[in-house]
Design a protein around this ligand. Structure first.
Ligand SMILES: Cc1cc2nc3c(=O)[nH]c(=O)nc-3n(C[C@H](O)[C@H](O)[C@H](O)COP(=O)(O)OP(=O)(O)OC[C@H]3O[C@@H](n4cnc5c(N)ncnc54)[C@H](O)[C@@H]3O)c2cc1C
Length: 392
């Protein structure tokens, strides 16, 4: 297939191969399953890999060159993030993993010069980590952000935050959090230092996925006092800023997870080529062949939808509807692929002797965060049915 029908740059294939070599030689060998839930060791491994990624010239594909990144277009990024995403550790190594990646976007777009110096630059270097705290346990904000209960009130010229957040990825050992809180003037983003009095990561919420740097934290905000310099962007625009970060974030997730699901299928294909049953390789059985074919159809469709959104973003076009449809399709398709990969491998597919079961467990939650499938379907259908009927 010609690469250029998708408008990619000339040097991209060489970069893709460099990334693949890095992932195969540096990231995958570090994927010890015992690392999946060891937050301290995961931080140390990611830190060491980031230095190697810098030397290999594959660091920060999403960042502008002025910040030391590769400044790739979205179309080029789709290819590179897929390659990095073959490994749990690839995006961490290249510093293009969430939540730091979208937090950098927020800080670049909204940060004051002081916030950029203090938070963005060390984040770009990979010296610190961060988290983004929006979701709250019931009865607070979940699928419906307007249920936001964390409140920032004014007291003596300060903001005072009270509330509870949970499932905040990256929270353990993060240097700061970007927190969404309600105010009398509307929802607002605040940058909160992790050592700020009144901010506390209460626990790491045990979850089915692994290799999440900093885990998923539950955070308590109790009389957490902040100055005006902690406001990110404008007071009252928090929902709009949160929405703006979500579109590129969910498309980037699709790119990385297409890589992860393809790797699960590569491993399963190797298995069925050699494993025999009733006198023939599993690969010769039609039901197994159907699982292989259906998975490649799912991956191909996922890539095309993602590449289309990437092209629209490069052209500066709105992608609200397309990114939503793509997120629903890809999150469900990569789950199907990983599930088939595990099925094709029998007991080995359920074990941690290969990464397949961990990939399956990591992909499942993607149908919930960045908007659950049902929420996307509901808003898509609402928009479609509200628009004027098409002439037939
Ligand atoms: C692995 C993981 C990482 C996460 N990381 C972060 C993070 O870093 N920061 C952060 O702020 N949050 C994070 N979250 C939280 C995530 O954003 C929320 O889980 C998500 O918004 C859904 O909210 P909820 O869990 O409260 O589900 P609920 O709102 O309680 O919804 C439960 C289910 O009800 C259904 N549902 C809800 N509303 C509708 C509707 N309108 N129409 C039809 N069906 C509906 C859906 O099936 C949904 O899954 C993370 C979650 C996970 C699982």
């Amino acid at each position: 297939m010609s690469m250029n029908i998708f408008g990619r740059s000339d040097g991209l294939e060489a970069l893709r191969l460099r990334v693949r070599r890095f992932v195969d030689d540096e990231a995958i060998p570090q994927e010890d399953p015992a690392l999946a839930h060891d937050l301290d060791r995961l931080d140390a491994v990611a830190r060491a890999l980031r230095e190697k990624a810098k030397s290999a010239g594959i660091y920060a594909p999403q960042l502008p060159k002025a910040l030391g990144g590769l400044e790739l277009s979205w179309r080029d990024r789709a290819v590179v993030l897929e390659e990095l995403g073959r490994s749990f550790l690839g995006p961490l190594a290249a510093n293009c993993a969430p939540p730091d990646q979208p937090n950098m976007i927020n800080l670049i777009q909204l940060g004051s010069p002081a916030q950029k110096a203090r938070y963005l630059m060390p984040l770009v270097q990979g010296d610190i980590r961060s988290c983004f705290a929006m979701t709250e346990p019931a009865p607070g904000a979940g699928s419906d952000p307007s249920m936001l209960q964390t409140f920032a009130s004014r007291r003596g010229g300060k903001w005072v935050l009270n509330g509870r957040k949970w499932f905040i990825s990256g929270a353990t050992n993060a240097a700061f959090a970007i927190v969404l809180a309600q105010t009398d003037e509307g929802a607002t983003l605040f940058v909160v230092d992790a050592d700020q009095l009144g901010y506390r990561v209460v626990r790491n919420v045990p979850s089915m996925d692994g290799f999440q740097i900093g885990g998923h934290g539950e955070i308590e905000l109790r009389d957490c006092e902040l100055g005006d310099e902690a406001v990110l962007g404008e007071v009252g625009r928090g929902f709009a800023y949160a929405q703006a970060r979500l579109e590129p974030a969910r498309v980037s997730h699709c790119m990385r997870f297409i890589g992860r699901a393809s790797r699960a299928m590569e491993i399963a294909e190797d298995y069925v080529r050699t494993r025999e049953s009733f006198g023939q390789p599993l690969a010769d059985l039609q039901q197994v062949q159907a699982m292989v074919a259906d998975s490649h159809i799912d991956l191909h469709a996922s890539r095309l939808m993602t590449w289309h959104v990437a092209a629209l973003m490069d052209a500066g076009e709105p992608v609200k509807e397309e990114s939503s449809m793509t997120k629903v399709f890809v999150s469900e398709a990569v789950c199907r692929v990983a599930d088939r990969a595990a099925q094709m491998m029998g007991a080995l597919g359920m074990s941690e002797d290969t990464p397949v079961s961990l990939i399956l467990r990591e992909l499942r939650p993607f149908r919930i965060y960045d908007g659950a499938s049902e929420v996307h379907r509901a808003s898509l259908a609402r928009r479609i049915l509200k628009s004027a009927p098409r002439s037939r």
